[in-house]
Design a protein around this ligand. Sequence first.
Ligand code: BTN
Length: 222
Amino acid sequence: MFSIVSFSELASTNDHLKQHNCEYPFSTVILAQHQTKGRGRFERIWQSDQDLTFSILFPHGPNHGFIAPLAVVKALKAHAIPAEIKWPNDVLVHGKKVCGILVESVYEGNDAVADIVGIGVNVTEKKNLRAKSTYVSLSRNELLTDILARYEELLGLETKDLLNEIRKVFYLNGKTLQIDGIMWDVDGVDEHGYLCIHHQDQQRILKSEEITLSSIYEKEQS
Ligand code: BTN
């Protein structure tokens, strides 16, 4: 289903597809051996060296924010790596981020017509990255093949089934978050994929765009 177009170097695979999406059919995978201006959510820099960095062009659809992290988690678990999803779509191993995902839409006027799903997996050690990052020692090509195979399988699932899969590998289960100085217990993910939390009898629902994860402090429950 997927056709891979490989570049030795690009600024950003997401930016390449944004600029050239009309030139590629849906299900094209743009793979860069090296990105010079990789971007993360909230316009953060995504630093990568000889890591796995690619973006896929899809027709616009509701579920890529769920499918992409699940595909990565399932691919890593096939290599006996205990991967989990941290809401909304980071992939962690032993509590450290190994993969970031950036889903962006292409618009014609006000209508979203395509989605660009950018995935970056650390497969090399980074000396100067935050202590909260880690890497997996896997071949880039093998991992890409595995992720794409899982992605194809998951495209057939309905939203409710994807969310059930996410709940099974959800890192924030049983965690407490500190937001605006208040400790919130995580209840899980609702039927829309929003994060449900409570503090005493106060309930709150977080949408991914409302809050940056850097403003959330996690504390393991004892
Ligand atoms: C995040 O964690 O904030 C998301 C990081 C997404 C990085 C990937 S690497 C491939 C694609 N190209 C980009 O510029 N970003 C995404």
